[in-house]
Design a protein around this ligand. Structure first.
Ligand code: GLN
Length: 519
């Protein structure tokens, strides 16, 4: 079968939206009848994003099959409406590890193991293993990065070993605007194209990102110096709503241009329903990873995909040590709270204060993963008067470890690490809010955690539907572990041990967010 590739590279700056563009191209081509697959290449040496600090790198996105990926896989899922898997992400760490493992196993039969051909061969093999007739490959970082070179070399070799006609290179750059002279600068774009050419890759299409529209004469200059026809250079100024991106590419006729360059025939229509107007509801996300705006990406997008303005991220540490009055002054601005996942002790007391506030003031609150564990701790401390109740994650010797790593549950931890990762089944109990939200009693949701509700210690304040639940938290879902709890009689007080945010898609936001916003 003939297979085609769209390869997306970046120049000038990182963070100009290659991920959104790649996802948008993928969706557009899918709408026009192609069997599309996507691959994000991350040139870093980590095996996966699981060990990376969200403060620097943004959210770790978890796939159904329990892979801890770069957040771009989240864009792909949301835009394409298709679940990603571990093979949709490739890191330099994985490639080198596999080459070195093979070397130790003697698989190279005595040869000197080198970047070319052994590492490049490994990359090409991984790319060929993907399924699909049109593969969109996004190469992370910018052209000129040392780590990225080997990947560019591998795709360059692929164009030689296959028909060059089957490859289309999209180079995404940035044109900075100089305030003083009020002009856009195209030189960085020209130079990044030159860098790409030096590696042996001539872009077929250039997407010039900018703060606002660039003048036609500058686009012509980029086309001329970039060696790309004017019709294949697009200016893509900043947009407020990223979900417009596929529609904008569509208006540029990018689908026809890609298809005709790759000798493919488009067949289909562009169906792209995305939220265009956003209800102004004040939602606060009580976070602690504030280093980049991307640490809570999937949660923010889940809210946005419900047609609601982005939640505001509050620093949980700034809520610590406040009097109830001071806390009230800050939180009364918001109509709902989200307590997201996280690791480690920092900022925990602020999150607990916010949960207490929401519980006592009847403010809708959704606790996710760590958020649910903290709902349990808050309830134990402030309703059950177990002042020392805690998670062993924060206080190893606590006399009341209501959240703990359970000995008999350790054997259930999978994926070789110590974290429970990926999609897990749970039974949802009828007569709970969760059941009315899901309208089903069996759910599969994605997990990423080590600690659990300690059933034994929490027993006195947990109850099951059908029992008298006043003054207790109701278990809404469980399987091997307690997976969701709620406080009956409250407007919306739900905690889930899993991450619903990873399952939201365009046109299909996760029902838990919808329910929170409705409340
Ligand atoms: N730190 C908690 C745990 O490991 C919660 C993890 C999370 O929120 N993803 O169980």
């Amino acid at each position: 079968m003939k297979r085609n590739y769209v390869i997306v590279t970046g120049g000038v700056l990182s963070g100009v939206g290659k991920g959104i563009l790649s996802a948008s191209i993928a969706r557009l081509m899918k709408e026009y009848g192609f069997r599309v697959n996507t691959l994000k290449i991350d040139p870093y040496l980590n095996i996966d994003a699981g060990t990376m600090n969200p403060n620097q790198h943004g959210e770790v996105f978890v796939t159904e099959d329990g892979y801890e990926a770069d957040l771009d896989l989240g864009h792909y899922e949301r835009f394409l409406g298709v679940d990603m898997r571990r093979h949709n992400n490739l890191t330099a760490g994985q490639i080198y590890k596999s080459v070195i493992d093979k070397e130790r196993e003697g698989k190279y039969l005595g040869s000197t193991v080198q970047i070319v051909p052994h590492v490049t061969d490994e990359i090409k093999q991984k790319i060929s293993d993907l399924d699909g007739e049109l593969i969109i490959i996004e190469i992370g970082g910018t052209v000129g990065d040392i780590e990225g070179e080997v990947f560019l070399e591998a795709v360059r070799e692929m164009t030689l070993e296959n028909d060059k006609e089957n490859f289309l290179f999209v180079h995404v750059t940035y044109a900075p605007h100089l305030e003083v002279t009020d002009e856009f600068k195209t030189k960085p774009t020209q130079q990044s194209v030159q860098l790409l050419r030096r590696i042996g890759i001539q872009p077929d299409m250039i997407v010039v990102r900018s703060q606002f529209p660039v003048e036609e004469q500058d686009i012509e200059k980029i086309a001329l110096f970039g060696g790309v026809p004017r019709s294949m250079v697009f200016n893509f100024p900043d947009i407020e709503n990223v979900y417009e991106a596929p529609a904008i590419l569509h208006s540029f006729d990018v689908h026809h241009k890609i298809a005709s360059r790759l000798n493919m025939k488009t067949d289909g229509q562009f169906n792209w329903e995305y939220p265009r107007a956003f209800a102004s509801k004040k939602v606060a996300l009580i976070g602690k990873y504030l280093g980049t705006g991307d640490s809570y990406k999937s949660i923010i997008e889940s809210v946005v995909l419900c047609g609601t303005e982005k939640p505001e991220i509050l620093d949980s540490q700034s809520l610590e040590g406040l009097s109830p009055k001071e806390l009230d002054l800050i939180l009364k601005e918001y109509e709902a709270l989200i307590i997201p996942g996280g690791f480690g002790k920092r900022g925990i007391e602020g999150k607990l204060a916010a949960i207490r506030y929401a519980r006592e003031k009847n403010v809708p609150v959704l606790g996710i993963c760590l958020g649910m564990q903290l709902m349990i701790i808050e309830f134990a401390r402030n309703v059950q008067n177990l002042a020392q109740a805690d998670s062993t994650e924060f206080h190893f010797d606590t006399p009341y470890p209501v959240v703990d790593i359970m000995e008999d549950q350790k054997k259930l931890l999978n994926m070789g690490g110590t974290m429970r990762l990926g999609a897990q089944k749970a039974k949802v109990f009828r007569e709970t809010s969760l059941f009315s939200i899901y309208e089903t009693d069996e759910i599969w949701e994605r997990h990423r955690h080590r600690f659990e509700v300690n059933r034994e210690l929490a027993r006195p304040f947990l109850c099951y539907p059908g029992q008298d639940c006043s003054g207790r938290l109701t278990v809404c879902a469980e399987e091997d572990f307690i997976e969701a709890i709620e406080l009956q009689g409250h407007r919306f007080f739900i905690g889930v041990q899993f991450h619903p945010e990873f399952k939201s898609k365009v046109g299909l936001p996760h029902p838990l967010f919808r329910a929170l916003l409705d409340a």
